[in-house]
Design a protein around this ligand. Sequence first.
Ligand SMILES: Nc1ncnc2c1ncn2[C@@H]1O[C@H](COP(=O)(O)OP(=O)(O)O)[C@@H](O)[C@H]1O
Ligand SMILES: [Mg+2]
Length: 463
Amino acid sequence: MAKAKKAASRWVCRACEAIVGGWYGRCPTCEAWGSIEEETAAGPPERVVLGSNPSAAPRVIASTTAQTEVDQAPRRPCGLAEVDRVLGGGLVPGSVVLLGGPPGIGKSTLLLQASAGLARRSGVVLYASGEESVAQVAGRAGRLGAAHPNLLLLADTRVEAIIAAANERAGGLAALFVDSVQTIYAADAEGLPGNITQIRTVIAQLISFAKQHSVPVVVVGHVTKDGQLAGPRLLEHLVDAVLSFEGDDDHATRLLRATKNRFGSTQELGVFEMRGNGLREIANPSEAFLAERQQGAVGSCITASMEGSRPLLLEVQALLASSFGNPRRTCVGVDPSRVAMLLAVLDRHGGQCVLDQDVFINVVGGVRLSEPASDLAVLLAIASSHQRKALPAGLVALAEVGLTGELRQVPRAEARVVEAGRLGFSKVLIAPGPKGASKLPRPQGLEIVYASTISEALNRVFF
Ligand SMILES: Nc1ncnc2c1ncn2[C@@H]1O[C@H](COP(=O)(O)OP(=O)(O)O)[C@@H](O)[C@H]1O
Ligand SMILES: [Mg+2]
């Protein structure tokens, strides 16, 4: 489109949204390198009508009509239970979901499998790809067994063409999927696809389409080297949910979590395995994560971590080695400052001289332990490696460790104990709850061992 004159522009940092006077190699505000981009001033904002009712008059929240409108638009599950749970029960009509992840992790695969599931259940789905040709997407759909008459493919990089194609079927469209926001461009915005102005305009047009027609839209977004979504941070505020798809190249395990969700919890974790014929859901992640565990290994302890509504049994491994010079702490899946605290507590209150050792900690399966409930397991894995003695077979450790060496009970202990019992563990080491607290369930064959300090816990497991 020819432009009469160049629109006014400003320089914006992609990372912190600061407006600066011109181009800098490094943002003066947040000190990120190469994050300053020129942004052309957008035209007047398009009017976005939320929901199908165009009336802008305020309405009573308790009015029955407002409620029935919501009930009439139930969530659309895509049939992949792991995705639906992370979304909070399926796609909400009119919502926009951003799916981020590093290249090659399987974003397009997940999107195609989800769109096929949705096409089977809810009707016509439009899958627009700006990255691959129709033949490439169709080839992948064949490999994944995702071909379906209701699944329409479109290979185009113009957002206007994608929205026009969606508009043609707006009445019967179950969802619109766009791969990816960085490759799509809007004709009336300046610059190359993927720049800050383009991304904003494209996402604004997709949001406007979603709200006007009550169609859920899922958009793929690339992430930068440090794991942030590429493009303006504002993108995350504009959309209704941000999902991130993670995993590492060495393992086939892929994790899906919501970092933002207006319609559900952000605690849920979806677990998948990448296979030749697509992503396979792992309904029993505890079993999968413990599958390669060696019984009786030194420096290994099992804990149960709550991932949303689901307890997940995970193995923590520790290795202590003589240090030359400054001892190093290398942690994968746990917070290094938490480990430093646990080492200090073990040294002072457990009577084990570990502070002069190099310490390596790893959580198997690429999962991050973010709860204090896993403290005791990390501490026991370290103690086990230090003493070169394995922990008792079938032990699960569940407690938060305090600075005075005391152990505290963990939230939702029942669910964790039941999961340990279900997977055939024989002993749960746990802190006694407050007096008068309800008794923990005791699944058959499972012994519950209480300890209120770490020295008590060490005595229980090593002697
Ligand atoms: N023909 C194939 N056979 C088996 N696995 C494949 C095949 N093609 C792609 N994959 C798997 O799919 C992954 C790429 O998935 P894709 O959805 O394209 O990633 P993204 O969209 O996140 O870049 C590859 O890393 C590979 O593991
Ligand atoms: Mg892709």
